[in-house]
Design a binder for this molecule. Sequence first.
Ligand code: GLU
Length: 450
Amino acid sequence: MTETAPVVRFAPSPTGYLHVGNLRTAIINALFAEKTGGRFLLRLDDTDLARSREEYVEGIRRDLAWLGIRVDGETRQSARTDAYEAAFERLKAAGRVYPCYETSEELEMRRKIQLSRGLPPVYDRAALKLTEADRARLEAEGRRPHWRFKLETGARIAFNDLVQGPVSIDPASLSDPVVRREDGSWLYMLPSVIDDVDLGITHVVRGQDHLTNSGVQIQMFEALGADVPAFAHLALLSTRSGELSKRLGSAGVEHYKALGVEPLALIAYLARIGTSLPIEPVTDRQALVETFDWSTFNKANALFDEADLVALNTKILHHLEYDSVRDRLPAGMTAQDWALLRGNIDRLDDVAAVWQLITGPVEPVIEEADAEFIEAARAFLDALPWAEDIWKRWTDVLKERTGRKGKALFLPLRLALTGQPHGPEMGPLLARIGREAALERLGAPSHQKK
Ligand code: GLU
């Protein structure tokens, strides 16, 4: 038997921008595809033409590109209606879809009656009992049918979910799903299956909210004579307060960009929450690809905490490779500079401020009590031959000549040279600041002072 490489799809509806829940689904699909040498397809679920917008399609593509997700192909449901029509005809011929004429008011009324009797509000299949003559009469009245998929209710639908484990759904507890509206338009459920068949999807990876849909869709795959893909239903996100906050539902890439979150940080965070693997500052996504494993995913909700994400982002920044940020660094900044400075920023935007420690201007801070010391320090620096190890030689001399040590020695020098009490390692920093600028920051030589 030959194992074919997995094919997965990420299937957002372009009725809005991606939020953190979809982003996580996209990332997990992508990591799985990368791990297995599979393909990642983008499927735009735009059957709801009234709410789908091109602006959102572009937003989705842009977000995936920002995350660095390679898209191996793209389809959209609005372009595939011929395929849906053909499959629909087959299902009709096989008696697996049937026309219904109830209005939504009638259905609502029946549901209320069922509920008041303590019965589950499952569609009663009244339309199946209509005769040819009944249907002709309804059509003559001007009614157009909507169509339901007829579930087989003889046995439970069982499958082994990659995250949820064994799942068993009783189809008798479900209403036959409406697959097509009166106006001929499609609902999500059946087109999704037809697409998955035609695109050769091997693994359907999506949120747990689709678990019951999978039961229905398995019957659709079977009714179409297709292989049923594997399923992985990801536990949903929750926040510390327990509730899925509104904000989380709307926070997308723009929100995280504004917080200074790097794509790698968002990926590292979303790949690991809700798994048994640690949330850690990886230096590249390969580490996430290599450790990707369905068996690490928890069934319980995944805790999302923005503060944890921001903290992870800072840690990741401190190890981020020059090559992955060089385009966004100030002109002239070298790999060595980045290595020296990156530990002093919380977000990449801060880099301009630390870069200024090298390039200036810097407002030196010289406490009155240290003025004489700094003056002497300047003279010693002026006298020493300049080299990479200047800081060491300079402070050794100062220690010996002034008796200062520790904080009393180092802090005034840092304050005078950078204007700040904390910052990058002084040795490489001084070497990079250079002789002229350092002397200038330490003040004019005393004989020039009044
Ligand atoms: N458009 C559906 C959604 O966003 C797709 C679900 C699926 O992955 O099949 O929920």
